[in-house]
Write a protein that binds this ligand. Structure first.
Ligand code: XBP
Ligand code: MG
Length: 248
């Protein structure tokens, strides 16, 4: 089966967004009067849990367990996360986040080669659209035929739900696609949906496990990832599958 679509993760893959997320979480905590502070080494541990609301709950369970008994905990987390989302959008609008090297080139080349483009992420839709609007400008979001965000999946990565939803919308089998991810959670989600996956490591995922990836690169530009290489990796994945060496 030939390669027909590329499905991109957002956070860490299209852009190094996690510092903007981290600062937005901290600002929201401070504004609400909490002395909680997520420094980079704590945030690295917290990233084991995808999704902002889930991450706040995980933090409380780990380090402030007395909050778990609060009957209004869901509402508190929802309020903090809504404020964090607003603050993240402000940071993106201020130009704090840029596309990672090679992303724009690869998007251009893929479209010129007739590949379909999609997104599968755990972050909220408003965050995805804010990032695409600022970094790709007018028409940026329309380049992606399908956008699967946190709202589209019951269970966040590493569950495969968002990838399954995107495949359904594209009306393609997993073997016709390649996913591009930066993290172990993302890789597990894409593989769980049966999609061969290329990993481009990001700031916070340098030590993530990447077993099962069809290729692992530091950066799409430095490693000169183009459509031809993607087609090669995709074909290799198909060969391995037909030899019974993988699940694709
Ligand atoms: C990225 C995430 C996101 C952001 C926070 O995971 O975990 O949750 O850190 O986003 P991935 P929200 O790149 O694997 O999709 O606060 O909007 O949930
Ligand atoms: Mg990611």
């Amino acid at each position: 089966m030939t390669l027909q679509a590329l499905i991109f993760d957002v956070d860490g893959t299209l852009a190094e967004t996690e510092e903007a997320h981290r600062h937005a979480f901290n600002d929201a905590f401070q504004a609400a009067g909490f002395a909680w502070y997520w420094d980079p080494s704590l945030y690295l541990r917290l990233l084991a849990v995808a999704g902002g609301r889930e991450r706040i709950r995980h933090y409380l369970a780990m380090l402030q367990p007395e909050f778990l008994a609060d009957p209004d905990l869901d509402a508190l987390i929802a309020t903090l996360h809504a404020d964090k989302t607003r603050r993240y959008a402000e940071r993106v609008a201020a130009g704090e986040v840029a596309l990672r090297p090679g992303v724009r080139r690869l998007l251009d080349e893929a479209q010129a080669a007739g590949l379909r483009l999609a997104i599968a992420t755990t972050t909220g839709m408003s965050n995805v659209l804010a990032l695409l609007d600022v970094t790709l400008g007018t028409g940026g979001r329309e380049r992606f035929e399908v956008i699967g965000a946190g709202e589209q999946a019951a269970a966040k990565k590493p569950a495969p739900d968002v990838y399954r939803w995107v495949l359904e919308q594209l009306d393609l089998p997993p073997r016709a696609c390649l996913a591009i991810e930066d993290s172990a959670n993302g890789l597990r989600a894409a593989l769980g949906a049966g999609i061969p996956t290329v990993v481009t490591r990001s700031r916070y995922t340098q030590d993530d496990g990447v077993a099962g990836a069809v290729a692992v690169v530091d950066d799409l530009e430095a490693d000169r990832v183009d459509v031809e290489r993607l087609r090669c990796w995709h074909a290799e994945a198909q060969l391995k599958a037909s030899a019974g060496l993988s699940n694709f």
